[in-house]
Design a protein. Structure first.
Length: 412
């Protein structure tokens, strides 16, 4: 069992409610080129300036016909050709057909397009093996998108599905919410930048590197304040710098109760703490509060704890602050535990696991191994969180558990 009282810890659901209810999205808008808009959030609904397709066109390679000219076994001469980008423009005589390619504008008066597989061509003309229906194989103007229709709502993150759609409408500039400004620092005398030789008792600053990667994935503007030593005045200056330049300040380490954990102490002086102890594992010491103008999130110092709390709490907060109204938390699925899972009641546990499907299509999950908050390799080995309820104890092999497959923040 955990050696501390868990009754004073707030649930992750309570924490998320506070994070989202006590904050609001930024409202600043900027125009960006469509080519620079990947990952940005639409600030306004996007209205189509034209019909898609802009003209009626053929859905098949075949023949444009008028129904009044088609009779069984009739052989009709070919009066001309229509290609995409080179439409038929001559006179279309009665009792004839037009050879047409996919995407070509249909000539005026066309009732249908008969696919070439249903046509027999000879020197006298073409005979059809099937009778067409009105409108067959014709894509109508505006069939996909009508001019004046809303194609994207406000609050949509622009990606591979959305940007080509806007390009097809000829939209070259788009109004988006400005990037969220996030200041970032790590605390601890033991931390060294990656690439620096380690002395006795020192470790690399993994947390800031991992958090920066996730912030980049979320298309934030990052203000990297580096490593702040365990010195109250240095921390005050870091808080002031973050508060001055950022919308959100994220620290890593210093929110526990050790003698050198000054972050919470300084935050009490320069801001207001909303909460700082969670009923989750890993990640009990997570602080959230308000500075003079910027918000503040204090992540735990252990690497796994820092990533899990960012993923479960800071990720939805950033989506909310950025105006991403379509962000959804990872879905929880049921899977059969194929290995025993150790757990003590008292905290919601996010263990790292490997999810796969068996021959029957049922989900199974295995632990990645040791679940210590320092074992960062569990993210490399795993592809999902095993989510064990707050009051649940250890799990036996064969029991059903909830799993969350990693989203692109951990698997890009």
């Amino acid at each position: 069992m955990d050696c501390y009282n868990t009754s004073d810890l707030i649930s992750i659901e309570q924490a998320l409610e506070k994070l989202l209810s006590q904050t609001s999205a930024i409202s600043d808008v900027e125009d960006v080129a469509l080519t620079d808009a990947a990952g940005r959030i639409t600030a306004l609904p996007v209205i189509s300036p034209l019909n898609v397709p802009p003209f009626a066109n053929s859905a098949m390679d075949g023949y444009a016909v008028r129904l009044q000219d088609i009779t069984p076994d009739a052989v009709l001469p070919v009066a001309g050709k229509a290609f995409a980008g080179s439409p038929f423009s001559g006179e279309w005589p009665a009792g004839s057909v037009i050879r047409i390619m996919t995407g070509a504008p249909v000539p005026a008066g066309t009732d249908a397009v008969i696919m070439q597989e249903q046509a027999e061509l000879s020197e006298q003309g073409v005979r059809f093996t099937a009778m067409p229906a009105q409108g067959q194989n014709i894509r109508l103007a505006g069939e996909d998108i009508r001019q004046g229709a809303e194609v994207l709502a406000a609050g949509v993150r622009l990606g591979t599905a959305e940007l080509p759609l806007l390009a097809s409408l000829g939209i070259a500039q788009i109004k988006v919410v400005r990037k969220l400004k996030v200041a970032l620092f790590s605390t601890g005398d033991e931390l060294q930048p990656v690439g620096t030789p380690l002395q006795e008792g020192q470790i690399y600053d993994t947390n800031r590197f991992a958090v920066r990667l996730m912030l980049e994935q979320m298309h934030c503007e990052i203000i990297d304040l580096g490593i702040i030593r365990d010195d109250p005045q240095a921390l005050r200056e870091a808080f002031k710098a973050g508060d001055l330049h950022a919308d959100l300040l994220i620290s890593s380490g210093g929110v526990s109760v050790g003698e050198a954990d000054f972050t919470k102490q300084i935050l009490d002086e320069v801001g207001k703490i909303s909460f700082w102890k969670l009923a989750m594992k890993p990640g009990k010491p997570f602080a959230f509060g308000q500075l003079n103008r910027a918000l503040f999130c204090g992540l735990p110092g252990n690497p796994v704890s820092a990533v899990v709390t960012f993923y479960q709490l800071v990720q939805p907060l950033i989506a909310h602050l950025s105006g991403d109204t379509h962000w959804q938390p990872p879905a929880r699925l049921k899977a059969k535990a194929m290995t025993p899972l150790k757990k003590s009641p008292g905290r919601l546990d996010f263990q790292r696991g490997i999810v796969s499907a068996n021959a029957q299509g049922e989900l199974e999950v295995r632990t990645t191994g040791h679940q210590g908050s320092h074992v960062f390799s569990s993210f490399t080995l795993g592809n999902a969180f095993i989510v064990l309820e707050r009051e649940r104890g250890s799990v036996k092999a064969g029991e059903l558990v909830d799993v969350e497959l990693f989203n692109p923040l951990l698997r890009f």
